[in-house]
Write a protein that binds this ligand. Structure first.
Ligand code: NDP
Length: 278
């Protein structure tokens, strides 16, 4: 089943499966079982973060799966408490230790936090860790165009991805266009808006027309726009449902109708002002 999932080129011979499995809000004690189930149904891309406190359990599940760790693409992200270059370098090593069996394939600056730190400093830590062979591909998350422009001013290395909140109520056209222009792959977090978009009459109507669930309709819309997605579910049935996306397609009218639902509605923080308080 894993072989059916297309991959997206991140450069340097690194390819990311376009569909993965997210583990935000899965408690650490439930993560190993959830990831084991996800690997069993066919996912080969796991999206975690230092802030989710479940990196070790992701590594444990990959270890116990019997799969070659190289077959599973793992993304993690820098914790929000790390403000300086040195703190970021130590934290990157912590992720490598926590994942144990597998080096992170992709490591991201989780949020820019422009009100509390200079994000170009932690970006430099990722650049240097990559040059030292500690990390493979590096990118960012929740960066706005202005943040990406500032990185361009200080660094020759372009982030390979920008992972942003993106779903039919927040279609993020300017950021997607900027990414396409600069070779930055767009990844969608909360691809089904944590369920918010699944009751939308347009989404439900298209699902009824083609005999697919609302979640499948929305996830397919993402894939056809070239976006990388990793829905979260702790239900084995919904994990499998979210993977059955490659035996149907949406036509141009259906794609346009879903894109037209945009209302610039965030479910999470605004990257310009968001800060995490410990
Ligand atoms: P999602 O949009 O993936 O939605 C998850 C929710 O939808 C869960 O409540 C889940 O419930 C439910 N669900 C999943 N599949 C279905 C389905 N087929 N039908 C009905 N309900 C369904 O939200 P997330 O916020 O988890 O985003 C996905 C991933 O994105 C995260 O796990 C994380 O990896 C990443 N992320 C990154 C952020 C960042 O700042 N970079 C921020 C937020 C997320 P159930 O488990 O019961 O199935």
């Amino acid at each position: 089943m894993a072989a059916d999932i297309p991959t997206v080129d991140l450069g340097d011979g690194i390819r990311i499966p376009q569909l993965g499995f997210g583990v935000f809000q899965i408690p650490p004690e439930e993560t190993e079982a959830a990831v084991a189930q996800a690997l069993t149904v066919g996912y080969r891309h796991i999206d975690t973060a230092q802030g989710y406190r479940n990196e070790k359990q992701v590594g444990d599940a990959i270890d116990a799966s019997g799969l070659d760790p190289d077959e599973v693409f793992v993304t993690s992200k820098l914790g929000l408490a790390h403000m300086t270059y040195d703190e970021a370098r130590v934290a990157i090593d912590d992720t490598v230790t926590a994942l144990r069996v597998t080096k992170p394939d992709l490591f991201l600056v989780h949020w820019p936090l422009p009100t509390v730190r200079d994000y170009t400093v932690v970006w430099r830590a990722l650049v240097d860790a990559r040059a030292d062979g500690v990390l493979r591909a590096i990118g960012v998350s929740n960066f706005q165009i202005a943040h990406l422009e500032r990185l361009r001013d200080v660094s020759d290395l372009v982030p390979v991805v920008n992972q942003i909140e993106l779903h039919p109520y927040l279609t993020q056209e300017p950021l997607r266009a900027y990414g396409a222009e600069h070779g930055i792959v767009t990844e969608a977090w909360s691809p089904i808006a944590q369920g918010l978009v699944l009751g939308d009459p347009v989404v439900v109507g298209i699902g009824e027309e083609i005999g697919r669930s609302p979640a499948q309709v929305v996830l397919r819309w993402h894939l056809q726009r070239g976006t990388v997605v990793f829905p979260k579910s702790t239900s084995p049935a919904r994990m499998a449902e979210n993977l059955r996306l490659f035996d149907f397609s949406l036509d141009d009218d259906q794609m346009a109708a879903i894109s037209a639902l945009n209302r610039d509605q965030r479910t999470g923080g605004d990257p310009d002002t968001f800060r995490y308080t410990y």
